[in-house]
Design a protein around this ligand. Structure first.
Ligand code: HEM
Length: 176
């Protein structure tokens, strides 16, 4: 079997999404530990304005996540038939949507009772589990070569950034 190759647009959007999700997940853990902690706390939270940082990373995740979701639902649709991929995407949408509905002063003011905040906490848990299952699913499907192919930086002819518009046009033409 040849080495798996992933389209460069997918690698870019998937990689940015994964990095931003990781940033949100970790900063969210720090925010929870400092301002909530009802189910336990980290023994140590590094100094920093974690609420602001969490909001800023989340602010970037919205457009990137939207672009990635648009890709996954169109050009990448065939892979969404795999439940572990689809679950990661649903978890992403849940986390971003509930995050958008959060007010940043709630936690500073000790208001932990908002339904949206509870849903956002659940989304934090769900995306953590979904990404674990997603990575395990990818490992099971194609082992390390598949996982590594998602962060490979090599480009094939016909798959340079300048080729993205024609790739999208070809997809749209096939749909018609
Ligand atoms: C952090 C949030 C993540 C989300 C929301 C996510 C979501 C997705 C989605 C929706 C797909 C299908 C793409 C398509 O339709 O073309 C996909 C594919 C893939 N992802 Fe992720 N992913 C995440 C993190 C990761 C991480 C951390 C890894 C590896 C360490 C990884 C490895 C892969 C691989 C190898 C594939 C291709 C699987 C296949 O061919 O079916 N993902 N991901």
């Amino acid at each position: 079997m040849g080495r798996p190759y992933q389209p460069s647009l997918l690698r870019l959007l998937h990689g940015l999404t994964a990095l931003l999700v990781l940033g949100c997940w970790l900063s969210g853990l720090f925010v929870y530990s400092r301002y909530d902690g009802r189910w336990g706390r980290l023994p140590f939270v590094p100094g920093g304005s974690w609420i602001d940082l969490h909001g800023q990373v989340g602010w970037f995740l919205l457009p990137v996540g939207l672009a990635f979701t648009a890709y996954a639902l169109t050009l990448g649709k065939a892979r969404l038939r795999r439940a572990t991929n689809a679950m990661a995407l649903v978890a992403l949408v849940l986390a971003v949507a509930t995050g958008k509905l959060m007010q940043e002063d709630w936690l500073r003011d000790g208001e932990l009772h908002h339904l949206v905040y509870s849903l956002h906490l659940v989304a934090w848990l769900v995306i953590g589990l979904a990404v674990l299952v997603h990575v395990a699913g990818s490992l099971q499907l194609g082992g390390w070569p598949l996982v590594v192919s998602m962060s490979n930086t090599s480009l094939r002819e016909g798959d340079l950034p300048g080729d993205w518009p024609s790739q999208i046009r070809r997809y749209l033409k096939r749909k018609r």
